[in-house]
Write a protein that binds this ligand. Sequence first.
Ligand SMILES: *[C@@H]1O[C@H](CO)[C@@H](O)[C@H](O)[C@H]1NC(C)=O
Length: 675
Amino acid sequence: MLFSRRYAPRSAEPLVLTDKRKRRSAWLLHLVPFYWLIKYRRYRRLAINLMVLVALVAFATYRAFPSETKEWLDRVEVEYAARMPNLPSLPSLPAIPLPAAFTRHAKHPIEKLMEDGRRKWEDKLRRQSKSLEQAVAEYQRRYGLAPPKGFDKWYEYATRNGFQLVDEFDAIHEDLAPFRRLSSVEVQSRTRSAAKQETMFSVAIKDGLAKAGNEVRPGGTKKGDMGRAKGFVQTLQGFVHDLPDMVFAVSGLAESSVYPTWEVSQPQNFTPTLGDAQHYVSKSNEFPVWYKYTNTCAPADPVRTNPTAYEFPPATTILPPTDFDAVPTEGAVNPFTNFLHGTEWDLDFCTHPEKFYQFGHFYAGWPMFNETFPVFGPGRGPRSMDIRIPSYYYVVPLPKYTYGFDPVLGHGQDDDPNDPEWDEKSGTMFWRGATTGGGSSPQGRYSLVQLAGQDNPTSQPILHRTGHGLSESWTETRIDVNSLRTAAMDVGFTKAVQCAPYKPGGCDGMMRDYTFVDKVPLYEAYKSKILLDLDGMGYSARSMALLASKSALVKSTIYREFFDDWLQPWVHFIPLSSTFEELFNIWAFFVGVPAHLVDPTLPAAPAQAGDVFDPKGDAALRSIADSGRSWKREHARIVDMEVYTYRLCLEWARLWYQDEQEMDFVLDHPLQDDD
Ligand SMILES: *[C@@H]1O[C@H](CO)[C@@H](O)[C@H](O)[C@H]1NC(C)=O
């Protein structure tokens, strides 16, 4: 049967076509009609030989000329290696000393976080406007502005499509705020100029049609992925006929690009007219981007007063991070039981120079604007001024990012037959990925893989439930990390990239020092109850699929995406710090601790799918898995992304035209429409 892959055992080799194989088979398919055509002609043998020749030439050409993006990546990697010949490998972080004993809680901090989250989410759902009039009033209350022209049609589009969170668009307001003081002429000029830069593309709306373009400045080159602009065009299709002519500069990268320096961001330094964007954008081989980040900080901030202490590459050994600046949870007295309220997008790197060593992407290089240019992209990094749009991976389905991807239909399905039911999943924490982000320095993904795979003679205080009913309480036990990581983690790299500068031994050395495992299809993750998700250089596009699954998402990120006002931490997903210090306590709360970890005299039993060591924790984890899954179906459908984009476009149109015509929406005098 044609669809048999989807019902095959999960261990079977998947028949998912890679892009390459798809393109090759497309070539072959073209030959089929040709074959039938010549079958009944005289020069059959000659024609067949010709066909084979054509196919061979096509294949050889394809192999000899890889895509432009790949060439660029290869070149960056070589430059990377050349620029950093003496990068010493960073020492691993020392063990953190044993904190004071944990006082017993009536409630575990995670229970409180989950209750708070649940309350906030329910309040949010309840308080949404129920009519256009209410939505207008709520808009005015929040932003002190009238909504943009076309708001009524947008409201109609949103409600007709079952969109629920009609008031929750603070993200748009925040992203556009820096551009509100620009004249319309300047908005237009900065857009057109930005779109011509190396990694930027344009999307132009004209006469109700949207089109992606790749204008190049004189003498310039083009890199990045135009698919991102095309994906944006796709999200406009449902309403583009109602939009005026205008242009967007869309980033071809996953990383944020707009980091105006602290100096130019001061009101007294505001420049009304900037001119060519070329004078404000760095080159892709200028790394690390850390210094572009730090230029957004005030001159008196530690990262700027003491720049040499954090030289790149580091001169000698590096001070390990000593602080743990998550919002402390009441009653929690050590970093191992200190949980985040949300993600770390508000990362305060200006006063914490050591953050440089925790995030791989600070070491990378990509073009960045140091003035206020309006650029639309999928992720907004800390202190960046990018304008968020839904990632094109959410709109253009790919097997590696799409839940229930069906290779025959070419898109995702609400149910993936490869996603086991809850009771058949194992209680491990799963992560697979490439070594992207950081050119081989041990932070981010590296420290997670290190934690999972390397011998670690230290132990950690783990809080676990003991007793039943009235005698139930939380007990703290020190458990050695080697036992914890074996019982809890299923983590490994699947691919080494940007590894040439790794010391010692380059790519081979990296393969030796870290756990590398076979590449698996996305759905292999679903056999675990806990799915870890980490940034690479940019945001992680995998979260959407992981949320849609029947497992729970544990996410560490410093990026914000368009849905940040809609996704509630501790309800739809579990936020994780970039130090991973609390990771084993997250696991112990939700999965429970197998008896042999608490009492080493008991024999170690290998983990089995369906093991439940703490039924209450398991139920809590399942509620997060279920909430994430329904969130994806109810609030992150493609049409929800369109509703977001539609409203953003109205705001953008207002900035584009406000000096020429009235662009506010006025309720009492509805606009005269032509139709
Ligand atoms: C902004 O970037 C341009 C291009 O890289 C550079 O020449 C200029 O010095 C930068 N300006 C500031 C204030 O950093």
